[in-house]
Design a protein around this ligand. Sequence first.
Ligand code: ADP
Length: 258
Amino acid sequence: KFEELPQLEGNNEVASLVRSLNRMLHRLESAWQTQTRFLLDASHELRTPVTAILGHVGYLMRRTQLTPQQRESLEVVAREGERMRKLVGDLLELSQTGGWRVELGSVHIPTVLYEIQEEYGRSFEGRIEVEAPDNLWAVGDPERLHQVIANLVSNAIKANSTQIRLVARDLSERLVIRVEDNGEGIPPEHLPHLFERFYRVDKARDRERGGSGLGLAIVRSIVEAHGGSVWVESEPGKGSVFSVSLKRAEAPQPELAG
Ligand code: ADP
């Protein structure tokens, strides 16, 4: 929500300036809401046809009497349909988190990091290490923060890393979580744009990997909804470090009995 300026009494120039500024804020607010609403509705509406297409392609592919060319065509439709399904899902996510619908509570950061280590450790051939102080809590929404770190880890894996470290540090008022990888790194000219919607470093290669370029835009919008920030440092050939800074929370008090 945009904050309105306090109304001033009287009919002087300052009071009338404040009134027109407030009218302008009002219009900005409603334009912004219309845009968010449109993105949400459009992505929501696109989901149904995509699901139907994928369902029917799946049915056709299970039939045995197909020529190799027919099978190949269907596989293309299935692959592109899957890509579209992911894109629509990302758009929906982005329009939902584009606002500030996060449920802020206390999140135990080591738990989030160990869960992700466990989740991705299974299928990833490299190593994922966690380094986090035991008693570290952030102001946040556990589901959303999990999504943020999972997104960064999945990017690190896609960058051909063999070693990923999840490091959390207590900075008294705030805390920082770093996702460090030894993957291919990112050329410096791309760094300022990385968190933009649909931005991809290498369009052709990232398409192959099924990326939409929305992952980091989602990461940023979630982190900002937490009043936090996210940034990247990277060196081509050496690896990348994505850092997320969040407000620190006190450990929740145990419920007193009685
Ligand atoms: P996507 O959703 O397609 O994965 P992202 O917004 O997550 O897109 O990432 C944007 C671009 O940044 C991608 O082109 C990806 O190649 C690059 N990128 C993101 N994380 C890393 C990383 N850890 N190492 C190298 N490149 C990365």
